[in-house]
Design a protein. Structure first.
Length: 164
């Protein structure tokens, strides 16, 4: 099974990569300095990561991927990723750090449990297998969405927050 880059990936390997990168991200969060100017805070990054993980859980469960980000059904087609990210940021701007941390931890636990329930073959099923009501048909393996909303996303945000 391939993650799209030609690398063979099993559920066990996916979970290993997620755990390793999540641990790195959490370490970066713990050591991050307060943001300068209008930069996102650690809380903002946590809420953002949690929302996109929530999107992955919803995807795998056949639910609306964008509802938790304040995007109405069908509206996601008119928003680019930056527009969705702005909605997420606005939704959690006034949330307490503790509430965001609980959301971040809970959604991650839900996603890990959902991936753990999958078979290696499930990682290769088409996106549309999980989202049949989201036309047009998308034959791309769902693993790409999982990777993009987990360990690749964690690395992106860890790099943003690392000093230097």
């Amino acid at each position: 099974m391939s993650d799209g880059a030609g690398t063979e990936v099993t559920v066990a390997e996916m979970l290993r990569r997620i755990a390793a990168r999540r641990g790195e991200l959490d370490t970066v969060f713990e050591n991050a300095s307060p943001p300068a100017g209008d930069a996102w805070s650690v809380k903002d990054h946590m809420a953002h990561i949690a929302c996109w993980e929530h999107s992955a859980v919803a995807l795998l469960n056949g639910e609306d991927r964008y509802a938790h980000a304040g995007v109405r059904k069908g509206e996601h087609a008119t928003l680019d990723t930056d527009g969705i990210n702005q909605r997420i940021h606005a939704m959690y701007r006034d949330a307490s750090p503790g509430d965001v941390r609980r959301y971040y931890d809970q959604v991650h636990a839900d996603l890990v449990a959902r991936i753990r329930s999958m078979s290696d073959e499930d990682l290769q099923r088409p996106y549309s297998h999980y989202q049949p009501g989201d036309p047009p048909y998308n034959a791309q393996p769902v693993i790409g969405w999982i990777v993009g909303n987990t360990f690749e996303h964690y690395a992106e945000h860890a790099n943003i927050l690392r000093p230097g």
